[in-house]
Design a protein around this ligand. Structure first.
Ligand code: NAD
Ligand code: USQ
Length: 404
């Protein structure tokens, strides 16, 4: 029987799916530190992708077992660990029955657009892994934990780059004299970004049909590496991707500047996206959990704090680099993607601020510290991994080996 949200107890037990990854690890530690009972669910497939493609994190990262042991010895807090694939419903059912979450934060997807555009098998893997995994989570909630709040990582890329303002999830339209509030149109531009659109549709439907409570966090591009918790011990250090497949724009530029590689602006560089500091990722997820959606509500937040074009990022990194005595150059790389390179962009992002988000903005000092961080680890950089080598147009049905 369904309760209304006022009767439900304060969420205490949080399952973090994808908790060994970049956003998930930082979030799991943050929630544990804030007093939540945390369980990490992960099949460690991201570590396997790195091996298969010959990539590595800029920072050395410990095994998930050592990470959790270290957290226990530093803070006395326990994080439970379930190793397995959420596409395996039997495994997921057992973790639900054993852990009994009040909230599930779902980071556990294949999240690279270039990876999803390597070849047919990676495109299919991405959509299968992401769409089926999310469906399994929805069925597990319905079957075992009806009141559990799903906090799902979506992406700003679901909206694409329309020539009108982007709203938070919904837009009110008047058409032929009638008015309705409808899901904002989706125009994703990779098989990965499309998997998130499919997820959003499946979640919205199950909220309506079964009364699931869900929050879709349409997150922008995340940058940075340190959070209060990962700072506590070297073994808690987060991963930091800079390669052409998993590395994201600002993080890549900082590493490029540190090793004297020209900044890789794709095409004209007018591509504008929402960005946020990883310290705000963990804050936003905590806010979403502490203020759950109502039963049956499909809530959408745009999770980013500032928007920049790639050219703006390159010029910010160039200036910050100069202050540190680096000679930073920029090159225009033929765009491996199919995307608008000059476009209007104005996306709303007020709902998380209304819940109390205090943003860490991309100030000079932050850029300095990110750059210094990249400089600290620059001997670990494999410069062969920097240039992009996955083309949107050249995707084919044949299996492709990507490693150099
Ligand atoms: P990541 O690759 O570092 O981590 C994802 C984790 O999920 C990995 O540890 C992986 O092993 C796990 N995983 C994947 N499929 C799984 C499955 N079937 N079963 C169990 N575990 C599985 O990625 P990230 O950068 O931390 O991103 C986390 C989430 O946030 C993703 O959903 C991503 O789309 C979203 N997001 C990330 C960014 C960003 O800039 N990094 C921006 C917006 C949204
Ligand atoms: N870009 C460059 N040079 C680079 C890398 C990227 O010009 O060296 C450009 C890309 O062409 C794109 C923009 O920068 O226009 C962002 O690319 P990205 O690789 O930083 O981010 P993206 O592929 O969109 O994916 C990342 C995460 C993904 C998340 C998404 C949020 O990998 O999981 O969903 O950011 S968003 O972009 O808001 O959709």
């Amino acid at each position: 029987s369904r309760q209304n949200s006022d009767e439900s107890p304060k969420p205490r037990r949080v399952m973090v799916i994808g908790g060994d990854g970049y956003c998930g690890w930082a979030t799991a530690l943050h929630l544990s530190n804030k007093g939540y009972e945390v369980a990490i669910v992960d099949n460690l497939i991201r570590r396997l992708f790195d091996h298969q493609l010959g990539l590595d994190s800029l920072t050395p990262i410990s095994s998930i077992h050592n990470r959790i042991r270290c957290w226990k010895s530093v803070t006395g807090k326990t994080i439970e660990l379930y190793i397995g694939d959420i596409c395996d419903f039997e495994f997921l059912s057992e973790t639900f029955k054993s852990f009994e979450p009040d909230a599930v934060v779902h980071f556990g997807e294949q999240r690279s657009a270039p990876y999803s555009m390597i070849d047919r098998s990676r495109a299919l893997f991405t959509q299968h892994n992401n769409v089926i995994g999310t469906l399994n989570v929805l069925f597990a909630i319905k079957e075992f934990r009806e009141q559990c709040h799903l906090v799902k990582l979506g992406t700003m890329g679901e909206y694409g780059t329309p020539n009108i303002d982007i709203e938070e999830g919904y837009i009110t339209i008047t058409h032929n004299g009638r008015t309705d509030t409808l899901p904002y149109p989706k125009q994703a531009s990779s098989f990965y970004h499309l998997s998130k659109v499919h997820d959003s549709n499946n979640i919205a439907f199950t909220c309506k049909a079964w009364g699931i409570r869900a929050t879709d966090l349409n997150q922008g591009v995340v940058y940075g590496v340190r959070t209060d918790e990962t700072e506590m011990h070297q073994e808690l250090c987060n991963r930091f991707d800079y390669d052409g497949v998993f590395g994201t724009a600002l993080n890549r530029f900082c590493v490029q500047a540190a090793v004297g590689h020209p900044l890789t602006v794709y095409g004209k560089g007018g591509q504008t996206r929402g960005y946020l500091d990883i310290r705000d990722t963990v804050q936003c997820v905590e806010l979403a959990i502490a203020n759950p959606a109502r039963p049956g509500e499909f809530r959408v937040f745009n999770q980013f704090t500032e928007q920049f074009s790639v050219n703006e990022l390159a010029s910010l990194v160039t200036k910050a680099g100069e202050k540190l005595g680096l000679d930073v150059k920029t090159i225009s790389v033929p765009n491996p993607r199919v995307e608008a390179e000059e476009h209007y962009y104005n996306a709303k992002h007020t709902k998380l601020i209304e819940l109390g988000l205090k943003p860490h903005l991309l100030s000079d000092s932050l850029l300095d510290s990110l750059l210094n961080f990249a400089i600290k680890y620059k001997d670990r950089v494999d410069t062969k991994q920097i240039m992009p080598n996955v083309s949107w147009k050249k995707i084919g049905a044949k299996p492709k080996t990507v490693a150099a």
